[in-house]
Write a protein that binds this ligand. Structure first.
Ligand code: ASP
Length: 588
């Protein structure tokens, strides 16, 4: 038997017991004639002591140990004189009578402790060492718990987990596919799924009315910060449902996760907001509602005062920043510079201060105190508050207002990671017109159903009408991050055909790419809908972290590389030949 206990297990009531532990040497300290060893395993750290009374042999073995050596150690559990309240085993130590060296270790390239001196690159290269550290272990444990609780909940309400293939044909989620050459079908390629979208719909046609899968998806996108080319979804689909059924079912799942993973009871129904209102009040389709600071449209109060910037603007919007009237000129100048950054895209910023000695603004030349008071009243501002105003083209300015609102929320400390504000957003536009390619794109994906009341417009030949069709689609948003998205689907093959036509696919192209699903819909497809949650980000948010990388055992870096494996990499000429491939890239 390698061990009687783990390194996280022993307490004062074990004092006097003879135990054997096995694990990694995290640290050794020598004091006087004694050696103190912190022994680590998955469960914790226990202090081992080799004292003066130990045999010379034991002392010699202890002398030889280094960081990350693997040992088996036997001794008596003893109460510590100086206790360590930071670890659960901190009341005891093991007075050793035996050390068995199981394996030596090279000096690790960084310290394997909660706080490490290793930079990102080196830790990624030695991911298996980084994974020994407690913060990463905690992250993976949380992920495990999330997965188990998800399965438990969905299984409990009759869902069946079905695996779908990874080598498939392109799925239309709007990103680029990763492709795999087929040796047995020369010149042909599989695509890796961007999501199991079409398969889960086919499962509905097959009659499996409640499906889920915790599934890997692949999207070959230009990597933005904190995106992974492969990521995991909780993918779900149901038949004979309307939007409300889906939202209620998955609100139940999310609440169960909050309760069973974080111990948080969420009894209230999650708030719901339409896409149009989300844009109007928060300047975002994924509002962070941990704080208010809603946007107010004030164009009707600003006109006719000869202020050309406002007069010529399609839209003027304001937010009221509570208690910020005391911001200095320097702080306001800095925020003005901030909104002009290309990522925010505003041309300038107007502010109104409701200071103790009266109302003042950066546009006092054009607006009387009465005009400014009218604006203040519209935004709900009171004495001590600061109003920030942006103006311009409607869509862009709303977006900029949304970004500014989040920034002010950050500055004021309103975005605490342990405060959770869930939200459903619904009624997204079905399509987006792209000027450059002169065609419509599906905002969600081409299987999302238009709302029944918009079916007339969907069949219209007028572009404006089509652009205004609303989708029966919804997102789940947590703390300003989109965690889930789904829709009620098209289940009528004629409507599906029309959708492909609107998207500019010729009928042949639609048949070539999606014939299988259009056909399936001819064999009694039930009404159905579903949703998928981004599992990695869900875990990160539950862990109170911004970055998903810590919640993935072996992630890729920002350039999409696995630096531990050094992948992707070239393959040898024989393999290339077998796959009928020729590379145009010359590797030096
Ligand atoms: N397949 C969709 C996605 O990956 C989710 C859904 O519509 O269920 O975003």
């Amino acid at each position: 038997m390698y061990r009687t206990h783990t390194c996280g297990e022993l307490r004062l009531n074990n004092a006097g017991e003879k135990v054997t532990l096995a694990g990694w040497v995290q640290k050794i300290r020598k004091m006087g004639g004694m050696s103190f060893i912190d022994l680590r395993d998955r469960y914790g750290i226990t202090q081992l002591v080799v004292d003066e009374s130990a045999s010379p042999d034991l002392n010699t073995t202890a002398e030889k140990l280094g960081r990350e050596y693997v040992i088996q150690a036997t001794g008596i559990v003893t109460e510590r004189t100086s206790k360590n309240s930071k670890i659960l085993t901190g009341d005891v130590e093991i007075k050793l009578s035996e050390i068995n060296l199981l394996n030596a270790s090279q000096t690790p390239p960084f310290t394997i402790e909660d706080e490490t001196d290793g930079g990102e690159e080196i830790r990624a290269k030695y991911r298996y060492l980084d994974l020994r550290r407690a913060p990463l272990k905690k992250a993976l444990e949380l992920r495990h718990k999330m997965a188990q609780e998800t399965r438990k909940y969905l299984d409990g309400i009759g869902f069946i987990e079905v695996e779908t293939p990874v080598l498939i044909k392109s799925t239309p989620e709007g990103a680029r596919d990763f492709v795999v050459p087929s040796r047995m079908n020369p010149g042909e390629f599989y695509a890796l799924p961007q999501s199991p979208q079409t398969f889960k719909q086919l499962l509905m046609v097959a009659g499996y009315d409640k499906y889920f899968q915790i599934v890997r998806c692949f999207r070959d996108e230009d990597l933005r910060a904190d995106r992974q080319p492969e990521f995991t979804q909780i993918d779900c689909e149901m038949s004979f449902v309307e939007r409300e059924d889906i939202l209620n079912t998955f609100e139940g799942m999310i609440k169960a996760l909050f309760k069973n993973v974080l111990g948080l009871e969420m009894n209230e129904q999650f708030p719901r907001i339409s896409y149009a209102d989300a844009m109007k009040y928060y300047g975002s389709d994924k509002p962070d509602i941990r704080f208010g600071m809603k946007i107010t449209e004030i164009k009707h109060l600003t006109g006719g005062k000869d202020f050309a910037v406002f007069d010529s603007a399609e839209y003027v919007g304001a937010i009221c920043v509570e208690g910020a009237a005391s911001y200095t000129r320097k702080q306001l100048d800095e925020i003005t510079e901030w909104v002009k950054r290309p990522q925010v895209g505003a041309k300038g910023l107007v502010y109104i201060r409701l200071a103790e000695d009266g109302i003042k603004s950066s546009v006092d030349k054009f607006y009387t105190p009465e005009d400014l008071t009218a604006i203040a009243n519209e935004t709900g501002a009171k004495s001590g508050d600061l109003i920030l105003v942006l103006a311009g083209d409607k869509k862009k300015t709303q977006d900029a207002m949304g970004t500014l609102r989040i920034e002010m929320g950050n500055r004021l400390g309103f975005r605490k990671s342990d405060h959770y504000a869930p939200l459903w957003v619904y009624d997204f536009p079905l399509l987006e017109w792209d000027e450059e390619t002169q065609r419509f794109y599906a905002m969600h994906h081409p299987f999302t159903s238009p709302k029944p009341e918009d079916m007339g417009k969907f069949y219209s030949s007028n572009r404006e009408d089509i652009a205004n069709v609303c989708a029966n689609a919804y997102d789940f948003v947590l703390n300003g991050t989109e965690i889930g998205g789904g829709s009620i689907r098209i289940h009528d093959s004629a409507v599906q055909k029309r959708m492909f036509e609107v998207l500019g696919f010729g009928s042949e192209e639609a048949d070539y790419k999606f014939g299988f699903i259009i056909n399936a819909f001819k064999f009694g497809a039930p009404p159905h809908g579903g949703i998928a949650f981004g599992f990695d980000r869900f875990c990160a948010l539950f862990g109170g972290q911004e970055t998903i990388r810590d919640y993935i055992a072996f992630p890729k870096n920002n350039a999409g590389r696995d630096v531990m494996l050094d992948a992707p990499s070239a393959i040898d000429a024989t393999q290339m030949d077998e796959l009928f491939l020729k590379s145009t890239v010359k590797k030096s």
